[in-house]
Design a protein. Structure first.
Length: 282
């Protein structure tokens, strides 16, 4: 992207996102990475796409001049021969879920994205027979079996990376072989809530060290699952802020859940444990 910036404008003058020229750079970087997973995958790099005038005003211009109808960006859009079509109608690339199909090949892609994915959608959809895009947050991985992608992508702008540490992805918790070590008892809180076919279990144990750790949840039937070491402070006013406690979060199939949960935090050189008899929520 740095080399592209030195040659042409790759971000809008009046928008916080990249333009088509920038999206093409990002797309080709993405495709190069995908080829390391799918070596036989061939794609159009859109190097022959002709530039044309950008007409739609950007988000910054709309904020400053709500009645603005035109842009002053120059030739920063690309004329692309559309090869894909929506599987179901959608209003705009801002929609939370978008599915497209094409006849270019049988490859399938699933992309979790933020608004920077908007401009990439035409490039990707023209190179995959099936493409599913989701803006759901937290990321919902339970659809992997439904969409059966050859490749899954998580596109996120750098300034949003901290969000990865704020909410755990929605996915079945991973079972683990784990024996509860000698551990000191710790206070804490545990919450549960229903999320589709899953029970979301989250909370914290008291610890202000800031040390890294792995978290495990042991059920009453002795089955053990690894939880994400994430403190989801935004889900309840009773939860402390990050840095004052060590959080945990995971999703279990509803039929696997039962009250009476033991949470263990393994700090490598020490461990903390708490047995919760009652849970709040659901």
């Amino acid at each position: 992207m740095a080399s592209a910036k030195s040659k042409e404008r790759v971000y809008h003058k009046t928008d916080t996102h990249w333009n088509d020229l920038g999206a093409r750079v990002g797309f080709n970087r993405l495709m190069a990475d995908i080829k390391t997973v799918l070596p036989a995958f061939f794609y159009d790099d859109f190097s022959r796409a002709e530039a044309e005038e950008t007409t739609a005003p950007g988000d910054l211009k709309k904020m400053l001049f709500p009645m603005a109808k035109e842009a002053d960006e120059g030739r920063t859009s690309l004329r692309i021969e559309k090869k894909h079509s929506p599987q179901t109608p959608y209003k705009s690339v801002e929609d939370p879920q978008i599915t497209t199909t094409s006849q270019v090949n049988g490859r399938r892609i699933m992309m979790f994205r933020d608004s920077f994915g908007n401009a990439i959608i035409p490039f990707v959809s023209d190179n995959f027979g099936y493409a599913y895009y989701s803006r759901e947050y937290p990321v919902n991985l339970t659809g992997l079996d439904t969409h059966n992608p050859d490749v899954a992508v998580y596109e996120i702008v750098q300034r949003n990376i901290p969000k990865l540490l704020e909410r755990a992805p929605i996915m079945p918790a991973l079972p683990r072989e784990f024996a509860i070590p000698s551990a000191s008892n710790a206070g804490g809180r545990l919450y549960t809530r229903k999320k589709g076919d899953y029970i979301h279990i989250y909370g914290y144990l008291e610890d202000e060290s800031g040390d890294s750790y792995r978290s495990y949840v042991t059920l009453k039937n002795r089955k053990v699952y690894e939880a994400f070491p994430i403190l989801e402070s935004g889900l309840s006013p009773d939860l402390p802020q990050s840095g004052k406690a060590a959080g945990f979060s995971l999703y279990l199939k509803s039929q696997e859940y039962s009250p009476g949960i033991t949470v263990t935090l393994d700090f490598s050189d020490r461990a903390k444990v708490h047995r919760f008899q009652e849970t709040g929520g659901i």
